[in-house]
Design a protein around this ligand. Structure first.
Ligand code: 6R9
Length: 574
């Protein structure tokens, strides 16, 4: 967790979009931002037009929008080419009767086709549901079922995890790289794209119409479908300008996958609304490869996550010297606490500050940040974005004085705020019960200079390598295993990954706690849910601590793990 320091790293950049934070904060007005976006005279909009086609219409069609590379591909696409490809896919969807408001899921590894498909779906007014490629069948089914998806874009390999016959609403399965005979509902993405027209009638939507559904984890229940709308572009545009500090000639690399909110908000909208070039690197993480990517594409602005920076730190200072990283102007981090230590290391090896910022799937866009023109306190998340009022409040919604820990809250609404939890209005209301606040579920404090310091999650949500994992989803999968009677799952502090998943398990009669069984149970979660959700550690116990109403007391498990006092046990069963 962050520790307050009195250390201050001064401003290093010589040129930046936001000149002075205090002035920007005092004078800012969201309504002014809209004037920079070309909202049509009818008041109808489409963010895919703003992000792609607008640059073609304003004479920047030949500018590179996307560099894509992985182990086998090395490609680039201009804004004009992305316009044409996304138009084609929009026409393909129309041909199959997909309409505005329909849910179109995208379940495939990062590739140019993924981006073309996502933009095409948005252009016809569909709501896109990007799914991380590591999800296994159960996780895929839950999400498609909840959203009532009517189409999915996937690959032949990943399609094996899409239980089409169990999803009556799913009508079309677009296969990228389809080979051989197609089963009912299957459509060859490539064949359709070849034939489709490059001219598309864009669906102009209302600013409050649905854009994207991101499923995210809470501490109870199944994953929640967080709905964002086209209006969010106002925030993506302005944070792209002032937090990412982008200009049209920048080469921006966001390392997140579009299955997570960072990969859409800032892997797609942030850079492209600014007309900048986006780098997408497919495949797995290696430090050499990442530095090579920065060097090869002359990346100027780099957005990544604490776990990645910690891994790079672990790879050593000498490795950095083997690469020419002089193009990099601005570095940012999100997803989990960025240790002051990592910021200091970044200063040493990159000669740059790593700018932490805080936000969540539900906030849709960046909310609290360090800005290039603002002095930085290493370990702090920074200050609220202009137009955003953030506060620390108690459980009744009263603002707390400086240096007091409490709920990190945001005054609602703001442009990129979620508009719905799909099929679950009660869950949505839970966030907004203490008017006028949105309660984030994080705890933090604000210091006397207005800097915010992250303290932890208030609920049991686990953050492992920046990915949010709901303990309930993992526990539910664990108890499906024949040997498992009860399971309780916690995040265990870990120097590299922030937290790792640890499961406490009580076995059914007749099962012995062996290493083989541990391996088998881990594999069961890996294949049934997702690799990143599988417990790294499993500990067997005869019995788990439960409340009288039968809830596993994760707080007690955590206290056991950390060797801390277990606190009030009055609700625990005998
Ligand atoms: C964008 C994203 C959100 C949760 C959030 C918090 C943690 C995010 C952080 C941070 C400390 C930061 N988190 N940024 N914790 N410092 N700068 O990550 O969305 O996947 O929904 O996660 O991540 O706990 O509540 P999401």
């Amino acid at each position: 967790m962050s520790e307050k320091t009195h250390e201050l790293i001064g401003v290093l950049a010589t040129q930046y979009n936001m000149k002075d934070y205090d002035e920007a904060y005092a004078t800012f007005d969201w309504a002014e931002v809209e004037k920079e976006l070309s909202w049509s005279t009818t008041g109808k909009i489409n963010v895919a037009y703003e992000a792609i086609d607008r640059h073609v219409d304003t004479g920047r069609g030949d500018h590179i929008a996307l560099y894509y590379s992985d182990a086998t591909r090395d490609e680039k696409y201009t804004f004009a080419e992305l316009k044409a490809l996304s138009n084609k896919f929009g026409n393909v969807l129309k041909k199959y009767g997909v309409k505005k408001g329909d849910r179109v899921f995208i379940f495939m590894p990062r590739s140019p086709e993924l981006y073309a498909a996502l933009l095409g779906a948005v252009k016809i007014g569909a709501i896109v549901g990007p799914l991380f490629e590591a999800f296994m069948e159960g996780a895929v089914r839950d999400r498609l079922e909840d959203a009532g998806a009517i189409a999915i874009v996937t690959t032949p390999k990943l399609q094996q995890r899409v239980p089409v016959s169990e999803l009556p609403e799913l009508q079309h399965v677009f296969l990228v790289g389809a080979e051989g005979e197609l089963a009912p509902k299957e459509i060859s993405f490539d064949a359709e794209m070849k034939d489709a027209s490059e001219d598309l009638e864009i669906e102009w939507v209302d600013r409050e119409d649905g854009l994207v559904l991101h499923y995210t984890s809470g501490s109870t229940g199944k994953p929640k479908g967080v709905l964002h709308v086209h209006n969010a572009m106002i925030q993506h545009y302005q944070t792209g300008k002032w937090i990412l500090d982008l200009r049209p000639d920048d080469v921006f690399w966001c390392t997140a996958d579009p299955g997570w909110v960072t990969g859409t908000a800032y892997g797609i909208w942030g850079p492209w609304l600014q007309g900048a070039t986006s780098v997408i690197r497919g495949g797995r993480f290696t430090p050499e490869d990442w530095y090579d990517t920065l060097q090869r594409f002359n990346v100027t602005v780099w957005y990544s996550a604490p776990t990645a920076f910690r891994m790079l730190m672990g790879a050593g200072d000498d490795l950095v010297k083997k690469f020419d990283l002089s193009s990099v102007r601005h570095i940012l981090s999100v997803g989990e606490p960025l240790n002051a230590e990592v910021v200091r290391w970044g200063m040493k090896v990159y000669g740059k500050r790593i700018h932490d910022n805080w936000w969540m799937t539900e906030t849709g866009g960046q909310m609290i940040s360090n800005y290039p023109s603002m002095p930085m306190k290493p370990g702090s998340m920074g200050k609220p974005f202009p137009g955003i009022y953030a506060a620390i409040v108690d459980n009744e919604g009263n603002e707390l004085p400086p240096n007091t820990m409490g709920n990190l809250a945001i005054r609602a609404p703001w442009p990129s705020m979620m508009r719905k939890i799909w099929n679950n209005p009660a869950k949505y209301e839970e966030y907004f019960g203490l008017k006028p606040w949105y309660i984030s579920g994080d705890s933090a404090y604000k210091d006397e200079d207005g800097y915010f310091w992250f303290q932890g999650r208030i609920d049991d949500v686990i953050n492992t390598s920046g990915e949010r994992v709901g303990p309930f989803e993992v526990e539910s999968k664990l108890v499906e295993h024949p040997a498992v009677a009860e399971a309780g799952v916690i995040g265990k502090p870990d120097p590299l990954r922030g937290e790792v998943i640890k499961a406490f398990i009580a076995l059914r009669e007749g099962y012995e706690p062996t290493d083989e069984l541990i391996a088998e149970i881990r594999e069961f979660v890996k294949t049934g849910l997702a690799a990143h959700a599988a417990p790294r550690e499993i500990e067997f116990r005869d019995k788990l601590p439960k409340t009288r109403s039968g809830k596993i007391m994760r707080r007690v498990l955590k206290a056991w793990e950390l060797g801390l006092p277990t606190g009030d046990l009055s609700t625990m069963e005998d």
